[in-house]
Design a protein around this ligand. Structure first.
Ligand code: AHG
Ligand code: MN
Ligand code: MN
Ligand code: MN
Length: 328
């Protein structure tokens, strides 16, 4: 029998008490993910309906956004966490005052896909909490992504998957109802260096800065243009699904800043989307930047700060950086 998630987490922690708390938190998140999966597969007309409010980022909250937020907040309350930061809550929520961890979460990623039976997900980021954060909680979610102790995402698709890293490779687990838990599916993923696919919401083309347009133009020109091969395009609209595909077969994902109101830094949030995705991608040998700067080196302005996000096959992400650095 393939080793379960428990065995993997045990192997990652050794006797380190903080790592054990990270592992305990991930175990609790798995319980919430299975509950959410059961609600999703049971269907429910209301899931994709507007809940009647907008969140701090201005997204209209769907019913399932709110249901997911409640499930993961319950899991957080049962975990060794001092703070809980969610896409669906304006402020960080204080939990256990003496705990040494904080968690930021996108409870439901890909909300626009809820009623279309397309894969959606949950993205989480686990950070340390020390005295300076207890003294000034506003600093908790302004930590750089390089300080993450663990991060990952669940995908609610044909399979319920957990993709995670505690800093020692990126690994995939599949929920097995027969086993009654998550079992190892892929260990130490390595993103291939050559990309053959790109992921971008091309409807925003007219809003992008010129270097991004030039880069996409050259991908579209393929081997008839300056590129050595033709490329294919995929855009799911659920970050977790696009990321998992890229982890498995390489490629590049771009959500650049654009000219729309409020989207100068793009649509994606740094703390609970870009940072955890970057952590998993980098620990799989890929790269994640805001176009030029590594995502994990960026200092968030706050829990809901946005960032342009480019990630995937190392060579391709570095090529985007050259288009931006030398637009000639
Ligand atoms: P969320 O549903 O958590 O708000 O995130 C949706 C994000 C991300 O999953 C996806 O890559 C992106 O929004 C899609 O953006 P567009 O709808 O602009 O394509
Ligand atoms: Mn949203
Ligand atoms: Mn999201
Ligand atoms: Mn979301």
């Amino acid at each position: 029998m393939a080793s379960s998630l428990d065995a993997h987490l045990g192997s990652q922690c050794g006797s380190d008490p903080v790592k054990r708390q990270v592992a305990d938190t991930i175990r609790n998140l798995c319980g919430a993910a299975v509950k959410l999966r059961n609600k999703i597969i049971a269907g429910g007309e209301g899931h994709g309906q507007a809940h009647g409010a907008t969140n701090a980022g201005g997204d209209v909250q769907k019913e399932l956004d709110v249901v997911a937020d409640r499930l993961f907040m319950e899991a957080a309350e049962a975990s060794p966490l001092a703070f809980f930061g969610s896409e669906e809550q304006d402020e960080a929520v204080p939990l256990k005052p003496d705990a040494s961890l904080a968690m930021a979460i996108d409870p439901l990623d890909g909300s626009s896909n809820i009623e279309t039976n397309v894969s959606i997900g949950t993205i989480f980021s686990i950070l340390p909490v020390d005295e300076e954060h207890r003294a000034d909680p506003s600093k908790v979610f302004r930590q750089k992504g390089s300080r993450q102790l663990g991060a990952g995402f669940f995908i609610y698709g044909p399979q319920l998957l957990l993709v995670m890293s505690m800093g020692n490779g990126t690994h995939v687990f599949i929920f097995s109802p027969a086993f009654g838990g998550f079992v190892e599916m892929k260990t130490s993923i390595a993103i291939v260096d050559k990309a053959k696919e790109f992921a971008i919401n091309a409807s925003n083309y007219r809003q992008w800065d010129q270097p991004i347009r030039s880069y996409i133009d050259d991908l579209l020109a393929g081997s008839e243009g300056p590129r050595e091969r033709d490329f294919n395009m995929r855009w799911v609209g659920s970050l977790v699904a696009d990321c998992y595909r890229i982890l498995l077969r390489g490629g590049i994902f771009l959500y650049p800043g654009d000219g729309r109101k409020g989207y100068a830094k793009g649509r994606l949030r740094l703390v609970y989307e870009a940072n955890p995705i970057a952590f998993c991608v980098e620990h799989a040998g890929g790269r994640a930047t805001d176009g030029t700067t590594p995502i994990l080196d960026l200092e968030p302005e706050g829990l809901h700060d946005r960032t342009p996000l480019v990630f995937g096959s190392k060579r391709e992400v570095e090529r985007v950086g050259r288009y931006i650095a030398d637009p000639s």
